[in-house]
Design a protein around this ligand. Structure first.
Ligand code: TPP
Ligand code: MG
Length: 283
């Protein structure tokens, strides 16, 4: 066991009160529990996009790959396909995964590749100082929409259900114990896990009071019914004032992409004649 310090000494530039600290310390706790249970952290890879969330690659002392904006998920898919023994975790932003990288997210869910995606959903482009994202509510006033966005948000849980994800959950950065449980469950799940995390952006979109008065926990129990999960996912559409369910919405077992990609040995042509003799002698 390495017992390595999991937080690096890189200078931390997240704002005071940023929800990313909760996600960082949740990952630290989850990874250190996994290590205590015998998992080598050398077999864990973190892949990030670009944004405030992505600094996780600098701040967590594990193997990591700082990808480009919107491309963390395909990089993670490639890593998993190259070595399916690895546990691959992605930290992505809502701009990252639900805007520029959306097609990659949908295809990863469709394929059911065994990776765990944590979406730091602060519902704003944090790093680029406050533009609206696909999950910002109607009327959100940001740097690119000073009069308020005229677009309705999309509902990522519903989208993930429709795309084929086999573990779908929603956490909140003010509920760290539950988040720990959901992240642990996602990593333990064999298949594509997407955890949408309502993350406080202390500077550009602080929703603490809004969330604190509306969140409630989903009861435990069987999560395999698609239609019930869909109904629950639709309860809050990322725009309304209704209550906001937190927890596991859906889980089912299904063959993974990496298990379905069968690698057949390359058939060498049976060469005859002088070239055949040469090849036989030199193989
Ligand atoms: C290919 C590419 N497109 C766009 C950008 C500009 N860019 C960098 S971060 C960012 C938004 C980040 O927002 P989000 O993914 O929500 O992460 P957050 O900062 O909120 O954690 C954008 C648009 C970029 N660096 N590269
Ligand atoms: Mg964001």
């Amino acid at each position: 066991m390495t017992e390595r310090p999991l937080i690096t000494d890189a200078q931390n530039t997240w704002c005071p009160g940023c929800g990313n600290f909760t996600i960082q310390h949740t990952l630290k706790a989850v990874l250190s529990d996994m290590e205590k249970e015998g998992k080598s952290l050398d077999d864990v890879v973190l892949v990030t996009g670009i944004g405030c969330h992505a600094k996780m690659a600098d701040y967590l002392n594990i193997n990591s790959f700082y990808a480009i904006h919107g491309r963390a998920v395909p990089v993670a898919t490639g890593i998993k396909l190259a070595n399916k023994r690895l546990t691959v975790i992605c930290c992505v932003g809502d701009g990252d995964a639900y805007a520029e990288g959306l097609d990659h997210l949908i295809f990863a869910a469709k394929r059911n590749i065994d990776i765990t995606v944590l979406v730091h959903n602060n519902r704003v482009y944090g790093l680029t100082t406050g533009q609206y994202t696909p999950t910002s509510p109607l009327g959100f006033r940001g740097r690119s929409t000073p009069s308020g966005t005229p677009e309705y948000p999309l509902n990522p849980l519903e989208l993930m259900l429709a795309s084929g994800a086999t573990y779908i959950a929603r956490g909140y950065t003010k509920k760290m114990d539950q988040l720990n449980h959901l992240v642990r469950g996602g990593i333990g799940h064999k298949g594509f896990a997407c955890i949408d995390i309502l993350q406080i952006c202390a500077t550009f979109f602080n929703m603490t009071d809004f969330y604190n008065t509306r969140v409630y926990d989903l009861p435990d129990g069987d999560k395999g019914d698609f239609l019930s999960a869909c109904q629950k996912a639709r309860e809050w559409d990322y725009n309304s004032e209704s209550n906001i369910a937190l927890g596991l919405f859906y889980q089912r077992s299904f063959p993974t992409f990496e298990d379905r990609v069968i690698r057949k040995p390359v058939q060498k042509p049976d060469r005859k004649g002088v070239i055949g003799e040469f090849l036989k002698a030199h193989q």
